[in-house]
Design a protein around this ligand. Structure first.
Ligand code: FE2
Ligand code: FE2
Length: 136
């Protein structure tokens, strides 16, 4: 069974992923030329920042500190299709991580928050998929 330290470690990995995702979405929303996907990506970047806040709250309540040490980010996508594909990929990775963590973590508060985040990531992926499919 995962102890508090293990849970803090997992939550910090989630936190850093939310941080990276927020920054990529903010940047992509600046350079997307089409108004609708840009606005949607911008609004979703705010959701990701809110996820950071929720995770940081869980981390600090358990005696941990949120880590801001993200990996070097790749901002090379410059056409709408590749940006949307990357965003869908990021959402899918998040969905897999949260699905797994909900199964292995026995802490009701953490699981409740992760389920809420998971629902939002599913909605995000759907929003991005709809825009990608609308392009063909
Ligand atoms: Fe998120
Ligand atoms: Fe998301």
């Amino acid at each position: 069974m995962l102890d508090t330290e293990d849970i803090i470690k997992l939550l910090n990995e989630d936190f850093v992923r939310e941080l990276e995702t927020s920054m990529i979405y903010v940047y992509n929303s600046f350079i997307m030329k089409d108004c609708d996907p840009s606005r949607v990506t911008e609004a979703i970047s705010v959701d990701e920042m809110r996820h950071m806040w929720w995770l940081a709250d869980l981390i600090t309540k358990r005696g941990g500190k949120p880590t801001m040490e993200h990996k070097e980010l790749d901002f090379s996508d410059d056409d709408l299709k590749s940006m949307l594909k990357r965003q869908i990929q990021l959402e899918s990775e998040g969905i897999d991580r949260y699905n797994y963590q909900i199964e292995v973590i026995y802490d009701d508060e953490v699981v409740g928050v992760l389920k809420h985040i998971l629902d939002e990531e599913k909605r995000h992926r759907k929003e991005f998929k709809m825009r990608l499919e609308g392009m063909d």
